[in-house]
Design a binder for this molecule. Sequence first.
Ligand code: SF4
Ligand code: SF4
Length: 300
Amino acid sequence: MKGVITEIERFSLKDGPGIRTTVFFKGCNMACKWCHNPETLSVKPQLMVYPKNCIGCGACVKACKAGARTIENGMLHYDRSVCTDCGACAQNCFTGALVMSGKEMTVEEVMSEILQDRGYYRNSGGGVTLSGGEVSTQPEFAVELLKALKNENISTAIETNLYAPWSVYESLMPFVDLVMFDIKVFDSSAHKKWTGVSNQRILENAKRIADSGKPYLVRTPVIPGVNDNEEEIGNIAEYVGGLGGAQYYELLLFNPLGESKYDALQVKNDFAGTRPTKTEGAERLEQVAKRKSGLPVRVG
Ligand code: SF4
Ligand code: SF4
C-alpha cells in the first residue's frame, strides 16, 4: 500500500509534545481560503514552478513529453493546462525552479525515515505526528502507518480538521495517543463560506473525541477578517471549554508563508498580502480565550 506524502519534517517542536517527526499527507476534504499549504489540497502529486530559480538551461523542455515546457522566441513557457504532473521535468531541473509536491511512498519507506530519530523521541517525550493536508483523506494508509509506529513503541499524534465521517476516526483511534483538532469558525454558515463545508460534523466529532477519553487539544487559526475578533474566539473558546478535558486551547496566528506556494501552483490566493494579527490584538484574544474556555491557552 502507498500513501501520497508531501513532506516528512524532522525535529519539529510545534506539532505536539517533545521532538517530533511530522508526516504531511497530501489531500484535504476542506478548502480553507487562507490555507498556507495549498499544495496539500489535491491528493495528486503536483508540479510547483519557481521561475526565479530558472537558469534557462532547457533540460526541462527536453524532458517534457506533454509539450507543457517549451521555448518560444528564446523564452521559456509553461502551459499548466497540458501538464500531466508526471514530474519528468523536475527530475532534470537541479536549480529548484521545478519541484514536485507529493510523492507516493510505502509504509516501510516512511518508517525508514522516521526510525532514524527514534532516540530523540524517547529522550524528549516526543514521537510522530500525522498531519497534512488532512490525514483522514488517506485513512487506510494512515492506519497502516500508525500500526507500524505502535509496533515500534513510538508515541503517535494526529492533526486533523475533524471533518471525516466518525467511522474514519474510529479506525484511527486505537493507534493514536494524542488528537489535535481545529475548530476554525463557530457559525456554521460562516464556516461554510470560508472552508467550503458546514461545521456540524466537526462539532459532533469534537464531542465524540472528548467523550472517548483520548487525550486531545484544540486549535483555532486566527485569520484576520474571518475570526480575529473577541466574539468569534470567545464563542469557540466557550465551546472548547464545555467539551471537558482538553489539555489546552491554542490560537495559531495567520501564517503568510504560503504566498509563494500559491504563485508556484498558479492558483488565486484570497489572502495575499494579509499579515498576522498584531501582538496587542493577539493578547486580547488570548485573554478572552482563557476566560471563556477556562483552559490553559497558548498562542503560536
Ligand atoms: S531545467 Fe530548471 S533551470 Fe533548466 S530551464 Fe528548466 S526550469 Fe529552468
Ligand atoms: S510535470 Fe511532466 S507534463 Fe508537466 S511540465 Fe513537467 S515533464 Fe511536462
